[in-house]
Write a protein that binds this ligand. Sequence first.
Ligand code: KG4
Ligand code: ZN
Length: 371
Amino acid sequence: MVRFVVYLTEMKILGIESSCDETAAAVVEDGTRLLANVVRSQIDIHKVYGGVVPEVAARSHIEVINPVIDEALAQAGLTWSDIDGIGVTYAPGLVGSLLVGTLAARTLAYIKQIPLYPVHHVEGHVYANFLTEQRSSSPSLLLPSKQPAFPLLALIVSGGHSQLVLFKNHGDYTLLGQTQDDAVGEAFDKVAKILGLPYPGGPSVAAAAEHGDAYAFSLPKAKMQGPYDFSFSGLKTAVLRATQQAVGEAYDFPSHLLPEKVDERLQRDMAASFQRVAVETLVEKTVQACEEYSPASVVIAGGVAANQELRRQLKEALPLPIEYAPMSLCTDNAAMIASLAYFHALSVEPTDPLDMEVVPSISMTKTAWAT
Ligand code: KG4
Ligand code: ZN
């Protein structure tokens, strides 16, 4: 394969992200310096439905994608001639949502003659941890003091993924294990629904858990064959059963009627008990992988990485120091996409904007784009 190696410094990449319900654009220099970060969330639009409605998400992306990109350039104080590359999420995600971001990126890359780099969203989450400097007018963020070293162990936990990945280098990684059913973020969201807590479930379960007794309910931890595999669907069902029992209803009582019967005490105690078991599961497997593979650094990535209890327990249990990306860079954003695209630009050829497709479901397996 022909290697396309770029030795630019101060390389400015525009990142574009639209895989789910956030429309985002950012500018990052040399994969590390945040120059602009704009995120338009659709949370308020989907709130009434209790979850993301794909068709509505795609339409909302169309309405704001151009203003969001313009705002990112303005925030960075740059014009198109300053942009050295465009990185865009091409997979995985909702197909209609992915199409809006990629079409914008492809069109801009073609018209402005800027190299285009499609990147994997879940891999992108890891790169929130590579943003260590900020030069933008947006609110100042508490960023990690240095980029994580390789080999790097990543716990990636979002609404769609729960996995442990070992990176030997950029683009050279092995999937150690992943969830066999629900992702942990999905479990947070479903538990919130059972308890009548608002959407999105992760932050509201975490907030309720702060005031609850984490040992009020005894919930099971799944035993898996693969040492680094996860399963959260049994835990979610156990929450449903324990809640039905606590309100004095039988197991066939419909879950959508439960919230009316759940009082604040039960909400808080169940949220805390669920969060404790979910977090302990993630921490135990991460520590075990750390002992087996002795990485030089460990990072957590994805929306659930915003969970304070996970951060606290992990810091306490890991045998090496860990730094965390700010919460706003853990949930979906385009800065992480721009950072990863920079490392693509260093070692792979750009993609033809006329010949780029979206892939709604492709997980991070034993892939190595950089070798
Ligand atoms: O990475 P992300 O923004 O989108 C996906 O790629 O899925 O992750 C969203 C997920 C949701 O399931 C949300 O409930 C969860 O991350 N989440 C949290 C917290 N903040 C967001 N889960 C637990 N605790 C939080 N503080
Ligand atoms: Zn995500």
